[in-house]
Design a protein around this ligand. Structure first.
Ligand code: G1P
Length: 293
């Protein structure tokens, strides 16, 4: 079972980061030296994905421009002898074959994924949510691909979280452990209250799904927020087919809210070759003597 294709839903309005995201897609917000979506595309590529469909909407064209060639800019950079910068700019566009499709209507994550059915065809595929940045020694999507291949089924990223956070995610019912970090999943529900949760294991933004999900999504009624929920579709799928969750190794950043976005900026900046050491000292000094201005 080879996973060659990935879908990145990037059609959301970004209402948790306004007014920044009024005219800049949240996926294009900078994380130190590159936009959020580049980290997502890099993870997909490092997991073996060759073709990526980004589901967009009105106002998201900066994403398309970003993954295109920029001949004027590149020519100028080369003319100025800045070949390294020109190569960097070009490499972004050459990372993978990237396709774009507009969702057209804001009808939920399940609907956005359903729009990818012609692109995906009849093969297993990956989904990477555009807000969630995952960093693992082994790319998190690769961990999922390996679990999907080993068990010939769908796999999703799961992580144990406290009761007070579960209503922000989907919870899953774990039937039994299959192997190290891999669990059989038999049920799930979207944004449960602590009373409704099926466990404290929540779904995080990475999925490898079999193509059977498309027929299911076509007939899935709107759920939470009156939107077609991917989780509702997967609930049906895991009742029909073997389905596993991977308690993945690695860090996760939710860049779609202010605190998660700030946390990722600081962590990534601290790792930056040029500015990391300087920033560490700056933060130490600042914490001792910060004055309101
Ligand atoms: C989405 C999914 C949810 C999942 C979460 C992971 O929610 O609907 O099932 O647990 O991503 O980040 P959202 O964050 O879009 O509200």
């Amino acid at each position: 079972m080879k996973v060659r294709k990935a879908v990145i839903p990037a059609a959301g309005l970004g209402t948790r980061l306004l007014p920044n995201t009024k005219s800049i897609p949240k996926e294009m917000l900078p994380l130190v030296d590159k936009p959020v979506i580049q980290y997502i595309v890099e993870e997909a590529v490092s997991a073996g994905v060759e073709e990526i469909l980004i589901i967009t909407n009105r106002g998201k064209s900066p994403i398309e421009d970003y993954f295109d060639y920029a001949p004027d800019l590149e020519e100028r950079l080369r003319f100025d002898g800045k070949n390294k910068d020109a190569d960097t700019v070009r490499a972004v566009a050459d990372m993978a074959d990237i396709f774009f499709l507009r969702q057209k209507e804001t009808k939920g994550l399940g609907h956005a994924i359903w729009r990818a059915r012609s692109f995906v065809g009849d093969e297993p595929f990956a989904i990477l949510l555009g807000d969630d940045i995952m960093l693992g020694k082994k790319p998190v999507l690769k961990q999922l691909v390996e679990a999907a291949e080993a068990n010939s089924c769908s796999s999703i990223a799961i992580r144990e979280i406290p009761d007070d956070a579960i209503s922000k995610y989907s919870s899953v019912k774990i039937d039994h452990k299959i192997s190290n970090r891999v669990y059989s999943i038999t049920d799930m529900n979207e944004k449960p209250t602590p009373d409704e949760k099926l466990s404290n294991y929540a779904i995080m933004g990475r999925y490898v799904l079999t193509p059977g999900i498309f027929d299911i999504l076509e007939h899935t009624a709107p759920g939470r927020n009156n939107e077609i929920q991917l989780t509702d579709g997967m609930k049906t799928l895991c009742g029909m087919e073997h389905f596993v969750g991977v308690d993945f190794e690695g860090r996760r950043y939710d860049t779609g809210n202010l605190k998660g976005y700030l946390e990722s900026i600081i962590d990534f900046a601290l790792k930056n070759e040029e500015a990391g050491a300087w920033l560490k000292q700056f933060i130490i000094d600042k914490a001792k003597s910060f004055e309101e201005f």
